[in-house]
Design a protein around this ligand. Structure first.
Ligand code: NOJ
Ligand code: CA
Length: 798
């Protein structure tokens, strides 16, 4: 279904309108001088006006203001600002309605339905000055494209090369600042992290907007490094707010390409709260080097009546371009484990030796170095993880610390830090890949760039080629530390371009990318679905420093732009049991299970050690069974920072895509059935492939999982903050007339995930597992402990 209707006002009408705007502005209320547009359901209204030549917009829902008249435009280098002396030259309207299918996602079909208005603004020739002299004879043209959805607004600035046959005075131009405002009506409640040029790895602060300044310093504590704050009222997007009337307003951006990231700076007076765009500068201080024809990313204002509608919104994805890749057959969801938590927890090290305080690539002799005995990525340990992952139906295994250079990788600001090609002596790259493939597992490559983007680009082609040679099809990249080239932040235009370059080059090699410490996503995964994950927020690696309720905020904020590699699944949250300096994390085992449903990602990790899962294999069964790609998602209950309860139905077509891919490798095991496929197809663990010639996996006889009928299956997950809660989950989304088996993983009455809770001793390990027959008429009553949660798998009876 695709529909586009255009209507174009004549230039004459526009000239009339623009002269009217100028003539009426002094005496008449502003709203009589506007052009406006409504959302498809008629509840949202966007008004655009020129006030003394300055473009402004305002947004309403049900007739009430959401965004008060807010300025638009830019200041430029060597040229008059794009903020005044505009006349409205042209106006085009259209409407669009289509349903598209993401390669992976929270639902199989996404509706993209909006009304659009494109305003063409002109600074007439001679009105403004420009260093290149073109504006003496040519008009300056800036267009603003507005898209209004039932759940929000997107707008972006566009700069055509010519308009109506006349060249634009703007050709190459440099932004000093974007002037876009989002003027809020009141002192809303906000869930925010501080504006920063280098990291998003912070806990969220919940406060009134008017409290941001006094809380700004403390909002940095417990966060990532390095941090570079630009203002004591700077905020990052996605910024989630709630009005006292219960309206949820979320400000973010979509499709940030070849442009700096937008933060917000807040000021206020007795009339309003002013959020103004603050672009992350490059090393020279510029905030966008533009060349017409070009456009900015979309600026977005999501407006929802209910918190669950924020989670349901596809505004950011819809504002991105359709998939740029013709062949997506090689892209698949991934459930993985990793030789990773060992290093994060302190049990093992990334580095192989303690011999060298300083490593020089190509000079340091690792072959004759003394092994330190703590190196996690050694052959025997990797094989142990492969065995466990294969036994339990996982798709892949990440291994960090496989390559030389970790001895002095961090905080030294080294340019030539890694080559991404040379394994340590105890990591047999060809043999381990072969071993993994023969068991139906892919290895995930790790490229920690140590934020030396120049060095990563130097080696990238060779590194991706090496991956192709050995059958890796996914890479986790990382950008820890101070960016090289020096003085660039993590979110400037050139560095955002680097992240994108890595995705595009990876796609050429059929490689999926999960980048940590890269810019927070803005829905680009719609266009480049090989971007299967990002960190770009505080994830599990922060351990005990993560505040209760953090994972109940992220789906409202960070996840609006795309999936997060949060790395859940920690079954031993008392880190003191691993290393003497370890502390207690704030969650129960059932909270971790709930995350696999409440937290969407096509790339989900079971992050803990095999030996931490062994004592709890009955609870681990949920992680084995749960899918990571969905046909349908239903957001049942939610409140930012407090709780989320979600139900999801798996997408059958991708359940075994990863295993099928391994089967196509020359050394890959055929006939492997993933844990999630086994669950949906009701194939017991005991049923393993049978081969005509023992040892020859190409001679697969049985089973052909395609012969099994998928059963109607749902997974329900819930998480809570430090408060215990009870929720009733009506199963009315199940098919009427069918009977289902539900397995309920719930916190036991004595469970408590909060260290130092006032009433209960810390006990993250206590859970119950109950089986129940259910139908669409059933209601489950589920209790969550402090920092707890629950998970339910529901499968149709055969
Ligand atoms: C930070 C990443 O977030 C983490 O997952 C990784 O293990 C380390 N960097 C080392 O690359
Ligand atoms: Ca990180």
């Amino acid at each position: 279904m695709k529909k586009r209707i255009f209507a174009r006002l004549t230039c004459l009408l526009c000239l009339f309108l623009s002269s009217n705007l100028a003539a009426l502005s002094a005496t008449t209320p502003w709203y009589t001088n506007t052009v406006s547009m409504q959302s498809p359901d008629g509840r949202m209204e966007l008004r655009f006006m020129l006030v003394d030549g300055c473009p402004q917009y305002a947004l309403y829902r049900d007739g009430k203001p959401v965004v008060l008249p807010s300025k638009m435009g830019f200041t430029l280098e060597w040229r008059d600002d794009l903020a005044h002396a505009f006349v409205l030259k042209d106006l085009e309207r259209s409407t669009f309605d289509e349903v598209w299918q993401p390669v992976w996602g929270e639902e199989a079909n996404i509706r993209n339905h909006y009304n659009e208005m494109l305003v063409t603004l002109e600074q007439p020739a001679g009105v403004v000055t420009s260093a290149d002299g073109r504006s003496k004879t040519l008009p300056t043209v800036m267009q603003i494209r507005f898209r209004l959805y039932d759940d929000g607004l997107g707008f972006r600035y566009e700069f055509p090369m010519r308009h109506n046959g006349v060249d634009n005075a703007l050709v190459c131009f440099w932004f000093k600042e974007e002037l876009t405002q989002f003027v809020m009506t009141d002192d809303h409640t906000a869930w925010w992290i501080p504006g920063d040029y280098d990291t998003q790895e912070f806990n969220y602060t919940k406060s009134r907007l008017s409290e941001v300044r006094e809380l700004h310093d403390s909002s940095h504590t417990d966060g990532g490094w390095p941090w570079k704050s630009f203002s004591d009222t700077g905020l990052q997007t996605a910024l989630q707010m709630k009005t006292d009337d219960g309206l949820y307003i979320n400000i973010h951006e979509a499709a940030t390409l070849d442009f700096p990231t937008m933060h917000l700076d807040l000021t206020w007076n007795e009339d309003a709260f002013y959020l103004r765009a603050h672009l992350c500068p490059d090393a020279a201080g510029y905030k966008g080097r533009m060349q017409a024809p070009c456009h900015t990313p979309w600026r977005t204002v999501m407006v929802c009546d209910k918190a669950t509608d924020v989670l349901r919104s596809r505004l950011i994805l819809n504002l991105n371009e359709p998939c740029a890749l013709e062949d997506v057959s090689w892209i698949h969801p991934v459930k993985y484990m990793g030789v990773w938590w060992e290093m994060i927890s302190g049990k093992s090290t990334w580095n192989y030796t303690n011999d060298f305080p300083s490593v020089k690539l190509g000079e340091t002799d690792f072959e004759h170095a003394t092994p330190n005995g703590t190196h996690g990525a050694n052959n025997a340990n990797v094989r142990r993880y492969i065995d466990f992952a294969a036994k339990h139906g996982f798709d892949a295994l990440l291994i960090e610390g496989w390559n030389i250079g970790w001895e002095d990788w961090y905080g030294k600001q080294k340019d030539f830090v890694f080559d991404f090609l040379s394994p340590y002596p105890d990591f047999d790259l060809p043999a381990l890949n072969k071993y993994a493939h023969e068991k139906g597992i892919r290895l995930i490559m790790h490229h920690e760039s140590s934020a030396s983007t120049v060095n990563y680009e130097r080696w990238m082609e060779k590194a991706y080629t090496l991956m192709n040679l050995y059958g890796y099809d996914a890479v986790k990249s990382g950008y820890v530390g101070t960016i090289i080239p020096f003085a660039e932040g993590h979110y400037s235009q050139p560095i955002n371009n680097h992240y994108h370059y890595a995705i595009v080059e990876a796609a050429k090699h059929h490689i999926m990318v999960n980048a940590h410490e890269a810019v927070r996503p803005t829905g680009l995964c719609r266009t480049w679905p090989n971007m299967i994950g990002n960190e770009s927020a505080m994830g599990t690696e922060f351990r005990e420093r993560i505040h209760p309720g953090h994972t109940a905020i992220l789906p409202f904020t960070r996840l609006q732009g795309g999936p997060m590699d949060y790395t859940p699944g920690i079954f031993e949250p008392d880190m003191g049991k691993i290393v003497p300096w370890g502390k207690k994390m704030s969650h129960t085992i059932c909270n971790q299970l709930g995350l696999y449903v409440t937290f969407y990602s096509p790339l989900q990790m079971a992050a803990d050690f095999p030996e931490h899962y062994e004592p709890y294999l009955d609870a681990f069964q949920f992680i084995k069974d749960v899918a990571v790609d969905w046909d349908t998602s239903i957001y049942l209950y939610a409140e930012p920072g407090d709780y989320i309860v979600t139900a999801r139905k798996p997408k059958v077509s991708s359940l075994n895509k990863a295993a099928d891919g391994v089967g196509k490798l020359p050394d890959g095991k055929k006939g492997v059935i993933s844990g999630a496929a086994r669950f949906v197809l009701a194939i017991p663990d005991t049923l393993q492939p049978i081969y005509a010639i023992p040892g020859d996996t190409t001679s697969i006889l049985y089973p052909d999982y395609g012969a099994f009928e998928p059963l109607d299956t749902w997974f329900v997950g819930g998480i809570t903050d430090e408060n215990a809660r009870e929720v009733s989950v009506k199963l009315d989304f199940l098919e009427k007339g069918k009977s289902y088996d539900a397995v309920i993983y719930a916190d036991a009455p004595n469970a408590c995930g909060l260290p130092n809770d006032a009433h209960l001793p810390y006990n993250p390990y206590a859970y119950t597992i109950t089986n129940q027959k259910v139908t669409s008429k059933s209601t489950l009553k589920l209790k969550m402990a402090p920092c707890g949660g629950f998970a339910v798998s529901i499968r149709e009876r055969k």
